[in-house]
Design a protein around this ligand. Structure first.
Ligand code: NAP
Length: 389
């Protein structure tokens, strides 16, 4: 896997982009990467930025700047350019404390049957992405019931999200308790703040009484009290994540955002990873599946034909190969099977990945009138994508 937001780091150790100074005068103990976070990921991700001297040289070892044409000849490891070479990538990333978060999860937005959840578990899905606002946590819980009754709860990675009208501490805790009860899962493995905006209880009116810091403290209390093993955020910008990191006692381990080749968000993904915040891709197939601009893109079809995989498999691989977990929603058995069976044991070649990387146009398919996407260049210690623009 690449440990950056886009291509494998081909220039590491070769002088890199020495003119892209991201930390020219950093001192010992002030590494760009937060010590103690993301270690598991790094260990399994292979070559990538290290915490040793290289971090302090001022050389940018992160994602390729936008506009930079990566040539296969820059690749240090020839195996990366061999088509369909069998590989044994790990199926999970490690979170602090050693929790394994499976790189493939089941999205449950609009999932209507417990049978689909049961089928997913049968096929090997262990990461289940839920939210209170989907209104189907009881149905999902029904699907999980037998598996949990077999004493296999610890095999699962169950995620839920707190909706915007429950940002106040008391409401937040009540909402999480309700999710746990509906899913009948004892605790959440990961609880997310669904969107950064807070609303007054039961409304869509802005709640100016509660701050993000108060909400985060309520999230931290979930960890302290065993309601959630990990906490994180969703739809947060880099600047908002940095705000949370500035006061967090328990750091967010995940930012769940829309990610697919038309919306690569390379800076967000790359910088967050270095801060120990893993990215999870929602709508990895373009939100609507069949007929979606992403799934039906000619470049995706070309790569699918070259690899002998389906367009969905190619799209999921594109994210997973850069260390990003995916949570496609699939309601039918053929889709569920296709998405899990085609994911591991192979890699996109350098050229195939580059072809998909070139599709990036910052296009969101999930938009809400009450949320303004922030400038993707905001935040982070370095802005390499601006340098070459
Ligand atoms: P998606 O996963 O990109 O696309 C889902 C659509 O793709 C469904 O119509 C599904 O059809 C179809 N599909 C699945 N596998 C397929 C395959 N192999 N070939 C062709 N079509 C396939 O979109 P999404 O539901 O928006 O995102 C996934 C999950 O992310 C959600 O379910 C939810 O858990 C999460 N999410 C989170 C947020 C957030 O704000 N945090 C926002 C959006 C989504 P069938 O159902 O017929 O199989």
């Amino acid at each position: 896997m690449a440990s950056d937001g886009c291509q494998p780091v081909a220039w590491a150790g070769k002088g890199g982009f020495s003119y892209l100074l991201h930390k020219p005068e950093s001192r010992e103990g002030e590494s760009y990467r937060t010590p103690g976070h993301g270690h598991g990921q790094e260990a399994e991700a292979g070559p990538g930025p290290s915490s040793s001297g290289r971090d302090r040289t001022g050389t940018w070892n992160g994602p390729a700047p936008r506009g930079y044409q990566v040539e296969p000849m820059h690749c240090q490891d020839e195996s990366r350019v061999q088509a369909n070479k069998p590989v044994n990538d790990p199926p999970h990333v490690l979170l602090p404390g050693g929790t394994k978060m499976p790189l493939l999860g089941l999205g449950t937005y609009k999932l209507q049957s417990a049978e689909a959840v049961k089928k997913a578990l049968e096929l090997g899905y262990r990461h289940i992405d839920c939210a209170t606002i989907y209104g189907n946590e009881k149905t999902v819980g029904e699907g999980l019931k037998d598996f949990i009754a077999e004493g296999r709860r610890d095999e699962l990675f169950i995620v839920s999200k707190v909706w915007q009208d429950a940002h106040r501490p008391e409401a937040l805790r009540k909402s999480v308790q309700q999710s746990i009860a509906d899913l009948d899962c004892g605790r959440l493995d990961l609880c997310l703040v669904h969107w950064p905006e807070a609303w007054l209880p039961g409304t869509e009116e802005p709640d100016t009484e509660v701050t993000l810091q108060q909400t985060w403290q309520a999230m931290e209390a979930l960890v302290d009290d065993g309601l959630a093993t990990h906490i994180g955020v969703s739809n947060f910008s880099l600047r908002q994540i940095e705000e949370v990191l500035s006061y967090a006692r328990h750091k967010p381990v995940v930012n769940q955002v829309e990610l697919h080749p038309l919306l690569a968000q390379r800076k967000l993904v790359g910088v967050c990873l270095r801060k120990g915040v893993h990215s999870v891709a929602y709508s990895p197939l373009g939100h609507t599946g069949q007929g979606s601009e992403v799934l039906g893109h000619p470049a995706v079809a070309e790569v699918a034909a070259e690899t002998g995989k389906s367009p969905a498999q190619v799209l999921l691989k594109w994210n997973v190969q850069r260390g990003v977990a995916v949570i496609p929603k699939a309601g039918s058995e053929p889709h569920l099977a296709e998405n899990i069976e085609g994911l591991f044991g192979w890699r996109l070649t350098w050229d195939q990945k580059a072809k998909l990387d070139a599709l990036d146009q910052g296009k969101h398919f999930v938009n809400n009138s009450w949320h303004a996407w922030e400038d993707p260049e905001e935040g982070g210690a370095a802005k390499p994508s601006l340098v070459l623009q």
